[in-house]
Each structure stands twice: as C-alpha cells, then as structure tokens.
Design a protein. Sequence first.
Length: 232
Amino acid sequence: MFIRPTDLWHHYGRTRHATDRTVPDRFLWSWGQDAGPGAEALGEIDGRCIGDLGAGAARHAAHLAVHHHPARIIAVDASPAQHAMAQDLYDLLASRLRLVRADVRRHLHATAGTYDVLYSVFGAVDFVEPRELLPAAAAALRPGGRLVFSTLAHHLGGELAHPDVQHTEIGAKTPEGAAATMHRWVLQEQVWSKLLDEAGFTRISTETLPGEPGPRAADTLLVTAFRPGQPP
Ligand SMILES: C[S@@+](CC[C@H](N)C(=O)[O-])C[C@H]1O[C@@H](n2cnc3c(N)ncnc32)[C@H](O)[C@@H]1O
C-alpha cells in the first residue's frame, strides 16, 4: 500500500501567503531576502528555458515570468501545500509560468537536455542528497547550461558547515503541528565544488553573501556551475 509522506512544508510561508499576494519586483538570493545580487546571476534569461528546483510558493519564478521574457519558466515543488499556495497566488500567470508538483529528482530525470538555466533559492538543492540531485541537474541542462543555487554558508546559529558530504537533521513540523525532522545539506564551499565537479559540472564558482545582523541572520553561499559544452 502506498502511504503518502507527511508534508513537512505545510507551514512554510503560510503567514506571508495570507497577507502578500504580489509578484515580487526583485529577485534575491540571500537568506534575509534583503540584499545582494539579483536575477543577473542567472545569466541570459530572455528566450531561455528556466527551472526553479524547490520553488515553494513560486515567488521567484513569478518574478521572472513577469519582469523578464523567458521562453518557459517551470517552478517545481514536491510539497502539496507549497504547490497549492503557488497555484492560489499565480494561476493567473499560467500562460507564462508552469507550476509542477513533483519531486525534483523525478522531474529532472524526465527532462534530460531541456533546461538552459536551473536554480534553487534555499530550495531542493538544500534538501536532497547532492550525489543524486547534482548529476540529475547536469543531465537536465543543455550543453553550456547553468545551475545557480543559494544555500546556507553555515548552520543557523553559527556552527560551521560540514567539511564532508554529511546531512544535518533539522527540526520540522507536521501539518498537525507535531515535531519531526528532515535532512538539510549545509556544506563548505569546497565540498559543493567537489560534488559539482564529480557530477560533471565545470566553471564552478562560489560567493559568500554576508547576512545582515539579527537573531536569525545567516551568510549565504551563492554557487554557480555550468554543464560543459557550447549552447546551441
Ligand atoms: C526553504 S523552502 C524554499 C522555497 C523557495 N525557493 C523560497 O525561496 O521561498 C524549500 C522548498 O524545497 C522544496 N523541496 C524540498 N525537497 C524537494 C524535492 N525533493 N523535490 C521538490 N521540492 C523539494 C520544499 O517543498 C520547499 O518548498
């Protein structure tokens, strides 16, 4: 018998969802969503096929659909709750933004050689075993395609990121409010670089975006890598 996994993303972004129905006018990568580089980190967007891995309510993807001219923008998220929030907010953009409820691994395996750009803003790249996700992302990109993701540069609270490929158990909540845990990969930049290299990426670069001071502040690691080859 198939038992549907509990949706541990049920509560994420729910307060904002109740009060903010706008399309953001900026695309930001940082943990605090307050500063740092924007959509230019994605490279050329207009006319390109773009995928958001772990899009949540799809606010970043909605920004790209409205403020840029991608050929296609596809926002993928496995959480029924997040997908429902995205539909509620942005179904009106359906001609420009496609919302897909799927595990990113399954989606990437089904879309080999499709994407010019894949990105994740503290999205699925943080929550899926990287030795599964990164090779699937490389295969889903066209030659010369770009992967960009923002991830924690250190654990919340300040503890260093892991120096090897090891997940952290972090606290989560079931829809009913019971305590649960999930895996999050908080890795040092050289670990991400090695994993990307092993997954077949090239021209790998990282940049640390310092967090603003505050109790939940965190530095962001912004990582960019390319599938080898020339874009057609
Ligand atoms: C911290 S939220 C970030 C959401 C969004 N990128 C944002 O900036 O608001 C992480 C998201 O990744 C999604 N996610 C985690 N693992 C996933 C997987 N295997 N496949 C698809 N989505 C996944 C979760 O459902 C959640 O919506």
